[in-house]
Design a protein around this ligand. Sequence first.
Ligand code: PLP
Length: 347
Amino acid sequence: MKLKKTFAAATMLAGTMTALSFMSAGAAQAQGELVMYCGVQEEWCRAMTTAFERETGIKVSMTRKSAGEVYAQVKAEAANPRADIWWGGTGDPHMQAAEEGLTVEYKSPKMSELQDWAVRQWEQSKQRTVGIYSGALGFGYNTDLAKSNNIAEPKCWADLLKAEFKDEVQVADPNSSGTAYTLLATIVQIMGEDKGFEYLKALHKNVNQYTKSGAAPAKAMALGETTAGIAFMHDIVTMVVDKAPVKVVAPCEGTGYEIGSMSIIKGAKNMDNAKKFYDWALTADAQKLGADAKSYQVPSNKSTPIPPQSPKLSDIKLINFDFAKYGSSAERRRLLSKWDNEVKNLP
Ligand code: PLP
């Protein structure tokens, strides 16, 4: 018994010494790891991962997915969560996850540095998700294609229903894409549910493809694969910055917007590192990485400069988007299944 205890103590001591030498030999590994599900563009996800690893020595394992897909994965993994932090993507599936208890409350010391809309998101979700950026929905069109096909400059949501846009509008599927769910909720809020679904059914006739990711239509427009594409305006601006013949439109009837969000997964295996990332991601310096990666959302930290390329929210006719209602579990599920039944399966 005594021998066993001495042996155990010696083993512990050796273990501690190994750990100490391991820490000094490789701070990166000694700081542990973080598993992140990332909802923005791949380039920005990678920039965040690299910068956080460099600053903290924490090794990040990152997967990029669209907003609705991350939500579905987090829900499927709830009994044995794989991810620690969910960073980015539209707020509605973050709100739904909060309501369903898939994410946890957290109050960051950085809260006082944030814009009111970011704090409101946190309060409405009972402290389970926080706003990290904002941006308006809109559409764009390829000016070369519009010219060669004699299409007049579209200015309103209604213009996308014209016959000249037959098979020339691309948008994502709202089940996978936060962008496309924002469209669904926006149209319902602007037109009312019945007229809104009539609009979406008419739009369906002009849609050439429902993509998985929300930014894909912006890229397709830039490549000349579709004349018009519905996406967040900042995602279309990225194409303009890259010199694509594309024009961004803020629809005349008004439009919705997103509060891109961040949540900590319930049961995260690396909870301390998830909180470290959360605090860091709310700093002005971390938020500047978005513009460096050509993502032109409006950042939530008041001290982060708004990129000059960002569409100015004050110049856009924004609706009073009801994030609590359209992020609620029952409403999101109901609207998505109605869209599947009444729109997606139309010929
Ligand atoms: N990319 C950017 C730059 C975004 O701002 C957002 C929304 O938060 C997305 C992608 C959303 O992607 P998806 O519509 O594929 O969920």
